[in-house]
Ligand binder design. Structure first.
Ligand code: ZN
Ligand code: ZN
Length: 149
């Protein structure tokens, strides 16, 4: 498993590999130290507890750059008057054929840490907007359980 922490001080990405002996990661940009707690599960590639914030709530998403995706969409939308909407159709087909092949990543709702090559990815649910709002704005802890209505 590869882990990319978002530095709480400057927002830079810090890459770490799970290891039971690792207790902190240092930001290369601002030298901030992020304390880490790695469980044996994480070392084995299983995502159960976030090493940064110790929460159990994660979502999965495609591993592609959202900025590029948004730029492509705007570009295709600008071309609509000349292509009669075919540019959006082309973008849709590109999304289906190209982005579907991209790997999935898991992300911690609370601290936005990114996990790649997760062994138990199938246990991790898709992004839930309501869960995100409750975790980020109300500091609610779902303990890894899905949202119930
Ligand atoms: Zn930093
Ligand atoms: Zn976290």
């Amino acid at each position: 498993m590869e882990i990319q922490i978002t530095c709480p001080e400057c927002g830079s990405g810090i890459n770490v590999l799970p290891s039971v002996s690792a207790t902190a990661a240092k930001c290369d940009v601002c030298t901030h130290i992020v304390p880490l707690t790695f469980t044996q599960n994480l070392v084995d590639g299983k995502l159960c507890d976030c090493p940064v914030c110790l929460r159990k709530d994660f979502y999965q998403q495609k591993d592609f750059n959202r900025v590029i995706g948004a730029a492509l969409f705007i570009f295709a939308a600008c071309l609509v008057p000349w292509t009669y909407g075919l540019s959006l159709l082309a973008l849709y087909l590109l999304d289906v054929f190209l982005f579907r092949k991209l790997n999935m990543i898991a992300v911690c709702y609370k601290c936005k840490t990114i996990f790649r090559s997760v062994a138990n990815l199938s246990e991790i649910r898709d992004y839930d907007h309501e869960m995100n709002d409750r975790i980020v704005y109300s500091d609610h802890d779902f303990q890894g359980k899905p949202l119930k209505h």
